[in-house]
Write a protein that binds this ligand. Sequence first.
Ligand code: G4P
Length: 291
Amino acid sequence: MNINWYPGHMAKAKRMIEDSLKQVDMAVELIDARIPVSSRNPDIAPLLAKANRPSMILLNKSDLADPVENDRWLARYKKEGIPAILFNAKATGAKSNAEFVAAVKAAFAEKIERNTAKGMAGRAIKIMVLGIPNVGKSTVINNICGSKRAKAEDRPGVTRGKQWISAGGLDILDTPGILWPRLEDKTAAEKLAVTGAIRDEILDSEELAVCLLNILRAPEYIKLLSARYKLPEELPEDTYDLLSLIGRKRGFVISGGEVDTERTAAVLLDEFRGGKIGRITLDRTENYDQH
Ligand code: G4P
């Protein structure tokens, strides 16, 4: 998680991904279902095109996202011909693993047919997982691979240090491709910060909480926010005052009757990230044109 993206880092990450892509059949791009646009690195498509590798999208953390929006995003990708599935990497178990494997095979069906024609029907599909920090790459790999993860396997042509794990007819590259988040776009950066994709230590939590409240006081989300913190119909105009009000409602009052806004901010962010305010999608389909 502790990554500051400087141009040098970006170039190195790009090179590493280009290198790994040469060794796989396809890529699985993880994005955060709460922010499908903001959590997507725009440089990924050109990288895949250059490597001539197919890919699919895994909308991870879908358990935290609005189920209606989840379906709308899926429909959007389908319309655009992009293979995509909803996923919850935290829900371990045979069912989610089978869904993952089936989705990869479906996305790769054409190639499988070609392999079959070439008499290579049983060959495992080599994949790599890609995504920005904290989107769930390690969790996905760990779950799919389970206890097999620790086992190393040597293969010709694979850079030393890289490991493959076999699961359900897939060979998964142990090392995920880490990409930089979309920080130059202010709105995207704010959404990445409030969902926890950017390190908290470098951000002011009260500022971030005010930013989150500015988003959540919009008509789409206000009901969930009000229900969670038992807010009155008439809200303070100033969002910092709204943060104070939430703190007061929660009893975070320090000596002299002042509200501990720092603690309120930390709790608010924590509860939002944990899905306690509700299942919320911040990148809503209606706000994005078809690509
Ligand atoms: P990365 O490799 O892409 O950097 O991400 P990683 O797997 O480390 O996951 C980052 C955080 O997101 C972890 O939480 C992980 O548990 C959580 N996570 C991953 N996938 C999902 C999902 O589908 N749903 C939900 N709800 N959470 C998910 P953490 O707070 O860092 O650790 P912990 O609380 O799990 O211990």
